[in-house]
Design a protein. Structure first.
Length: 382
């Protein structure tokens, strides 16, 4: 028997030759286009007895679109075209690789379909944890080779791959094993509702597009309602907000074009680092941060410190900011699942309406007098 590494090389080489040939084929998709309202990274086409999902922005930079065919039943004819995966409904078993996909299953009443996930401790969903505690979800571990072998053994109907990590390298091997691997590029979207709209993508894969659309419509309505509350807040009345913390003498803070900064601006805040363009994290020196943020009214997103005392113990320079001195420091990492999974990192993409309301409540409490913070919490002194 050949070693696993040799088999892997042969599979990847053959798949490379096939994929090169496929990319030269015409691949016109027919059917109705179901327009997204905010998301730009995927597109949905509805044909007779089938759906086509096209992922045009799976990760930053230019690349060929990924296309997935979803047949409504096993008796449907396969339309012309080249597809990276073909999936037949109904779906019984799925594997996810990012906690941000877990809420999709919960909201679509498909939690029971999850059969595998890497590092189960990261999951905070109560519904999913119930299944984990019953040993109904396999822990795929963290090693790349063990992950792929376990995925194949579980024989899922599809595996959802997040391009934020290193899972892209598994695409060809999964395909060679006859397992549909679909790419979710939600994190590339920078509009908060654009990330949430990816539930429609998952909805098609589960045969629940209409249910997914209905869930998104509710979240969108809640978001827009909250947004309307701050529409009359004039620029002069916007409290200033700083963000980020030090790590090895570098201050990391969200760029002004990022998802988080957009939510802050939408909530009626004035971001003190707005000169830092970009969608990722900006790397700043302490002197610059002190100059820009020393008198900021609020500090949102102070890592996972448990108290102001812990912050000061980690770096006494934190105490030099007005927001720290006025006890206006807030964290979004305190709400955790039973094994330590941070709910903000799991549910946040899907519920920007709750994040928006949290920030409005912090910055303009009179606008939401009866609302209680969901993700954020005020940091205690000790």
């Amino acid at each position: 028997m050949k070693p696993f590494s040799q088999i892997l090389f042969i599979v990847l080489f053959l798949n490379f030759l096939l994929s090169c040939d496929n990319k030269n084929q015409e691949n016109e998709i027919s059917g109705s286009v179901l327009q997204n309202s905010y998301a730009s990274g995927f597109h949905i086409f509805k044909g007779e007895g089938y759906w086509v999902l096209e992922v045009s922005q799976a990760f930053p930079g230019e690349h060929q679109p990924y296309r997935y065919l979803v047949l409504e039943s096993s008796g449907e004819s396969i339309p012309d075209g080249t597809f990276d995966a073909i999936i037949t409904l109904p779906i019984e078993k799925v594997i996810l690789t990012s906690t941000t996909h877990i809420p999709h299953l919960d909201l679509l009443d498909c939690t029971e379909k999850l059969v595998g996930f890497p590092n189960l401790d990261l999951i905070s969903s109560k519904l999913t944890r119930e299944r984990i505690n019953k040993n109904l979800v396999k822990d795929l571990g963290s090693g790349a080779q063990s992950n792929i072998e376990l995925m194949i053994d579980l024989e899922p109907d599809w595996v959802m791959i997040s391009t934020l990590g290193e899972d892209l390298k598994n695409l060809d091997l999964l395909k060679s094993a006859g397992i549909a691997a679909v790419i979710n590029g939600e994190y590339v979207e920078q509009h908060p509702l654009g990330r949430a709209e990816w539930i429609k993508f998952t909805g098609v894969l589960l045969g629940k597009y209409e249910e997914a659309k209905a869930e998104f419509d509710v979240i969108e309505a809640n978001y827009l309602e909250a947004l309307n509350l701050v529409s009359n807040v004039v620029l002069e009345n916007r409290p200033t907000v700083m963000s980020g913390v030090m790590y090895k003498d570098i201050w990391y803070a969200p760029g002004n074009d990022s998802w988080g900064a957009q939510l802050l601006n939408a909530a009626g805040g004035e971001y003190v680092f707005k000169a830092q363009a970009g969608t990722g994290s900006s790397q700043l020196n302490y002197e610059y941060v002190l100059d820009q943020a020393q008198n900021a009214d609020f500090w949102l997103g102070a890592s996972d410190f448990v108290s102001l005392e812990a912050m000061k113990s980690a770096d006494e320079r934190y105490a030099g900011f007005k927001a720290f001195q006025k006890n206006n420091v807030y964290s979004y990492t305190s709400k955790k699942g039973e094994t330590g999974g941070i709910e903000y990192f799991e549910l946040g993409y899907m519920r920007p309406d709750l994040i928006l309301k949290d920030i409005i409540k912090i910055l303009h409490p009179d606008l939401l007098p009866n609302y209680s913070l969901y993700f954020y919490s005020k940091m205690n002194e000790k």
